[in-house]
Design a protein around this ligand. Structure first.
Ligand SMILES: *Cc1c(COP(=O)(O)O)cnc(C)c1O
Length: 480
């Protein structure tokens, strides 16, 4: 399997090369030359556990890794040390709809699904490409990527990780996680700006020739753990197959079309669902759920993509995104003609038109609808969902096809957002402290606070640097 840039450079790369490089030299994203056809049926796959599923899927894409290397990466990622659920990504069923819980990893968010394996892909890829340089993992985060990438890369040999987060754009708990992160190779820096500003600057730094030359002099080079890395995209395809085959195992007929509702930010998760569909998984609609930053909803409604609009901070911060990076891969796969023109529009925040593919439908939830969804699901099923999952639930209701089999992709544990979740259930929690609310949430649901959060509020703060957007470059230089 060869990989190419979305921006038209005709150079072919191996999977290992794309994992190390992260982003293409022309600023594009790497895409596989074709989407492979799944070699097994859902019924055959229903006998697989998560790890055999993962190995099977990854082998379709990382054809330059041998079987033993893939198995080793998979087992280093998906194990009891990193995940608290025995089958990694379990389904939670309610009478109408099933929730695919992707939040049983170290940082309780779906980013762990890919970021627990990416560092192992990268180590293997560095060996395969005989690359002796220290990899500087440079990342802008709207919250979850940062925490999860830090956990994944901490103390991984041959890497240093630098995470930039919008100072006021992440939750109290996410911030606490990041600024207390241990590990000899980790650096966390706050940014005065929003996520899109930080992400744009990170993209610019990646391509800055002078900065890259300085890195080289120091035996370093940039790499990315952001959702544009092929090493993150591919592992996200696994759980669509796994979820589907779990439904088959539970008695669903093998070819039943299933909808997946995906709370969407950078368009990585839902794009993996699209790839799963193109591989042959019987997915009906991919329901793209947005919060009030509804640039994707507007596109799926009108066929016009336009990110020039005011930015909203919402209770689902990982979806507060106006320029969804992975959308470029969809543009690439849908337009054979003037791709470049559209992509330029995407990166320069201008608008363009593109016929809407029938595989998708978009809905969005306001803040009030998000809170109402949390309250409703808890009231009806005693099941607490986080604000991102609640946006997806609200989208599911707006889609209004209760007769169709549907899976809601649940991307974070409610424990990550205690204030929003608890005050949605009952206004009396509104003025409680986030950390006290963790205990109250456990009481309400008769569970324990997840071990990942124990003692978080008393950990020493190790990272307190905050910079403006144009100081990010010097912060990087200081660190290397
Ligand atoms: C990252 C994230 C999303 C958005 O996923 P994308 O792949 O960026 O679309 C949704 N919910 C949570 C909790 C996340 O961390």
């Amino acid at each position: 399997m060869k990989y190419f840039s979305t921006r038209g450079d005709k150079t072919a790369f191996t999977a290992a090369q794309t994992i190390v490089k992260g982003i293409a030299d022309d600023g594009g994203l790497y895409v596989p030359e074709k989407i492979p056809v799944a070699g097994k049926t859902p019924a055959e796959l229903s006998e697989f556990n998560y790890n055999t599923h993962a190995t099977w899927l990854i082998e379709h894409f990382l054809t330059d890794f041998n079987y033993a290397e893939v198995v080793c990466c998979v087992n280093n990622a998906y194990n009891a040390n990193n995940f608290t659920a025995p089958n990694i990504a379990p389904l939670h069923h309610t009478p109408q709809v099933s929730f695919l819980e992707l939040f049983h990893g170290r940082t309780l968010a779906f980013k762990d699904m890919a970021l627990s394996i990416l560092p192992h892909f990268m180590q293997t890829a560095l060996q395969k490409t005989e690359n002796p340089k220290t990899q500087i993992i440079l990342t802008a985060t709207s919250g979850d990527t940062g925490v999860s990438a830090l956990e994944g890369f901490k103390d991984i040999e041959g890497t240093k990780i630098i995470v930039f987060y919008p100072e006021n754009g992440v939750s109290v708990i996410q911030k606490q996680h990041m600024i207390t992160q241990t590990g000899g190779n980790v650096h966390v820096v706050g940014v005065k700006g929003n996520f899109d500003d930080a992400q744009s600057e990170v993209k610019r730094l990646f391509l800055d020739a002078k900065l890259n030359a300085k890195l080289n002099e120091n035996g370093c080079e940039f790499s990315s753990a952001n959702s544009i890395n092929t090493g993150r995209l591919i592992p996200q395809i696994i759980y669509y197959f796994h979820a589907y085959s779990q439904l088959v195992k539970g008695g669903m007929a093998e070819d039943t079309p299933v909808n997946f509702v995906v709370p969407t930010g950078n368009f990585g998760n839902i794009l993996a669902g699209y790839y799963a569909k193109k591989m042959g998984l019987p997915i009906n609609k991919l329901i793209c759920a947005s919060n009030e930053n509804k640039v994707l909803y507007d596109y799926f409604e009108t066929g016009e993509f336009d990110s020039a609009r005011p930015f909203h901070l919402t209770s689902s911060p990982s979806m507060d995104i106006l320029i969804p990076s992975n959308f470029e891969r969809l543009v690439y796969s849908l337009s054979d003609g003037n791709v470049i023109e559209k992509l330029n529009c995407l990166s320069s925040k201008q608008k363009f038109e593109m016929p809407v593919p029938q595989d998708f439908v978009g809905f969005y939830a306001t803040e009030a609808e998000t809170r109402a969804a949390i309250k409703k699901v808890f009231g009806a099923h005693g099941y607490l969902i986080d604000p991102h999952t609640a946006v997806a639930y609200a989208a599911y209701e707006k889609y209004a096809h209760p007769d169709e089999k549907t899976v809601i992709v649940s991307t974070a544990s409610p424990y990550k957002f205690p204030k929003t979740v608890m005050s949605a259930v009952d206004a009396k929690y509104e003025n409680h402290d986030d950390f006290a609310l963790l205990e109250q949430m456990a009481e309400l649901t008769k569970q324990k606070v997840p071990a990942q959060f124990e003692g978080l509020n008393t950990k020493p703060i190790l990272h307190n640097k905050v910079v403006s957007i144009n100081e990010m470059e010097s912060a990087v230089l200081e660190i290397i």
